[in-house]
Write a protein that binds this ligand. Sequence first.
Ligand SMILES: [Zn+2]
Ligand SMILES: [Zn+2]
Length: 136
Amino acid sequence: MTPQRRVILDLLREKRWHPTAVELFRAVRRRLPRVSLGTVYRNLDLLSQAGKIGRVDPPEGPRRFDGFMERHTHARCVSCGNVEDLEYSGPGWTEVLRVVTGGSETTESGFRLTGHRIEFEGTCARCSLEERAGAG
Ligand SMILES: [Zn+2]
Ligand SMILES: [Zn+2]
């Protein structure tokens, strides 16, 4: 593994955050001042193709990256795009199938369901504060 790739992976795993490539680039540059944004993009692609990091693709705005690979749930801020991890203990897979198809893995149209993903959206703490300040 190249030193650049090592630093990128370490930074992503250091804390629970979901930086964009540019945010990560700023953090990498503090450790490797000569790194380029292109190198960061290329390594993020390679790491996600290798399944070592996760990706968050919001409906709009830049892609974000995730070093925490255990199954977990995201809450996305619709205002700034910030993504946080959520402790979620809602319905499991069996429960979802029971609600959606009555327990079968195949829907009426013949679509075979193999998994589900839940993403929450809302307003992060910082944006909520700004909203309140703006309203007052
Ligand atoms: Zn926000
Ligand atoms: Zn996450």
